[in-house]
Design a protein around this ligand. Structure first.
Ligand code: HEM
Length: 135
């Protein structure tokens, strides 16, 4: 089965870039322990775009879905949820919290939402390679 790439596309206004990067720098670090998790990168736009890419790769769609339903996803988005000013339970709520943050409903104590929008892209890995191994 090919690995699955899930990219969360966050639209981040210029003045919120530093805040978003700070939040990811302080991220929970729980996704690393998720079953089937393979890779994570936060990609900063460098030419004319205001969209950051949160790149994740998973062994399968099912592994991703289990993480998105998990407490680790909630914990990984706790700050985002706090900014959205709602404490809730379960995935729908976690996603809604993260979206709440995205849609600018933040009235928490921080700087409010770092992203003004989010979109999820899904890809399957067809070909991949890394640097040639010596020996
Ligand atoms: C819908 C809206 C979403 C928003 C606004 C959002 C925003 C954020 C923010 C600001 C953080 C940094 C930690 C925090 O401030 O809580 C974070 C963590 C993270 N997000 Fe999202 N996120 C969303 C959904 C998703 C989705 C669908 C994915 C899957 C590709 C994803 C992948 C991640 C990962 C891997 C982390 C690090 C978690 C950890 O360290 O355990 N996010 N997100």
């Amino acid at each position: 089965m090919p690995s699955v790439v899930k990219i969360n596309v966050l639209t981040v206004p210029e003045e919120m870039r530093r805040e978003l990067e700070k939040r990811f720098a302080n991220r929970a670090g729980m996704v690393e322990s998720a079953d089937g998790f393979e890779w994570f990168e936060l990609l900063r736009p460098v030419e004319g775009s205001d969209r950051y890419l949160v790149y994740t790769r998973w062994r399968s769609e099912e592994d991703f879905r289990r993480w998105q339903e998990s407490r680790a996803f909630q914990a990984g988005h706790a700050q985002a949820a706090a900014e959205a000013g709602t404490q809730g339970h379960g995935h729908g709520q976690a996603q809604a919290q993260a979206q709440g943050q995205a849609q600018g409903h933040g009235h928490g104590h921080g700087q409010g939402p770092a992203a003004t929008g989010s979109e999820l892209w899904t890809f399957e890995v067809v070909e991949s390679t890394g640097p040639k191994q010596d020996g």
